[in-house]
Design a protein around this ligand. Structure first.
Ligand SMILES: Nc1ncnc2c1ncn2[C@@H]1O[C@H](COP(=O)(O)OP(=O)(O)OP(=O)(O)O)[C@@H](O)[C@H]1O
Length: 341
């Protein structure tokens, strides 16, 4: 197996005496789409900007293709393409001018005409940046990130502000970029995006890696990997609910119950309902999504429990033993359960 293209070890960055990145480690393999996911202020941008050599770590090590992004900055820029922020392009620059200008920065640039064609920008070459739609701007940013024929591109919140169709088009482009052999480091807020695109995801929370896994692995790791919702014909006794195996959370809203658990929870629930001759109206059993895993793995800014739409049935409704039993999953939380990477 080739060595990882990006290695981050014990990265630490301190602002105003506070470690906003506090011992982050991960390795990105060649050819993968690696996601960095986390709540606002978690330290994602700080981390990837250390990878890009735009910020200097206070401790730890970063290597891109074996190079130090700060000490070997010029060489790293030949290997790593970074997405520009919108403010970095002159509004009056046309697409052609931007592509020519950025191509001129590299000794061996990609053919910008072919890039423009690949990214559907050919008929926009004479359009000024300010006149492009959000999706067209993003396609130009991808083109500019690829113009130096990099081995890895860093895309930070690329699809924020795009409509669903433009976002999906951008996803397809990102997949095509990867299929052309370029490794992608993707910072995103969108669970659907991360779930669809990423081979692996590092969930960053409060400057640390809360979990690192495939999307399916993260979902499986969430305390309730199966979500069961239904409206019982007769209210269920809290003690009966609490006795359900592997139940990690239960909420009730306007008579409708939502339980997070596993297949074992579903089996036991069906038995319970049959025993009491209770009908479960509009019964839905779904797999947890990355959204559920994310809420499970991260804290909110105030360190409050993740918000729910309904009323959580508190531990007084559920017996403590049911809340602490584990099968490799962490117990139900309020707050952070700090699953290690
Ligand atoms: N140059 C800076 N000076 C001081 N504090 C900073 C600086 N850059 C970032 N921070 C702080 O570090 C923390 C992490 O910021 P960062 O931008 O890395 O988070 P993020 O995960 O990318 O957030 P978001 O999802 O909101 O973009 C924040 O609390 C932020 O205020």
């Amino acid at each position: 197996m080739p060595p990882p293209i990006i290695e981050v070890r014990d990265l630490r960055k301190v602002y105003g005496g506070r470690a906003v990145v506090d011992g982050v480690s991960f390795a990105v393999e060649q050819g993968e789409i690696f996601g960095v996911l986390g709540p606002n202020g978690a330290g994602k941008t700080t981390t990837v900007e250390c990878v890009e050599g735009l910020r200097v770590p206070d401790a730890g090590a970063v290597r891109v293709a074996g190079l130090d992004p700060v000490a070997d900055h010029a060489r790293v820029t030949r290997v790593l393409g970074a997405q520009l922020q919108e403010s970095e392009l002159q509004p009056k620059l046309t697409v052609r001018e931007a592509l020519e200008l950025y191509a001129a920065f590299y000794a061996h640039p990609a053919d910008w005409r072919r890039l423009a064609e690949r990214l559907g920008l050919t008929d926009k070459l004479n359009t000024r940046f300010a006149k492009l739609s959000g999706g067209q701007k993003q396609r130009l940013f991808i083109a500019l990130a690829l113009i130096g024929s990099p081995r890895v591109v860093v895309l930070d919140e690329l699809t924020t502000g795009l409509d669903p169709r433009a976002r999906r088009d951008t996803w397809q482009l990102i997949e095509e970029v990867r299929d052309s052999g370029v490794t992608v480091l993707l910072v995103t807020h969108f669970m659907e995006e991360a779930q669809r695109l990423c081979d692996r995801i590092a969930v960053i929370d409060r400057g640390r890696v809360a979990a690192l896994d495939t999307p399916a692995g993260l979902i499986g790791r969430s305390t309730g990997s199966t979500v069961i919702s239904f409206t019982p014909s007769v209210p269920l006794a809290p003690a009966d609910l609490a006795a359900l195996p592997r139940l990690s959370s239960a909420t009730e809203k306007e008579g409708r119950l939502t339980l997070n658990g596993t297949d074992a929870t579903v089996d036991a629930l069906l038995t319970l309902l049959a025993r009491h001759r209770i009908t479960a109206h509009q019964l839905r059993v779904t797999d947890a999504t990355l959204d559920d895993a994310f809420l499970d793995l991260t804290t909110t800014e105030t360190d409050a429990p993740a918000p729910t739409d309904g009323h959580p049935l508190t531990p007084t409704d559920l017996t403590p033993t049911d809340l602490t039993q584990t099968d490799g999953h962490a117990p139900a939380r309020p707050g952070h359960h700090g699953a290690p990477a």
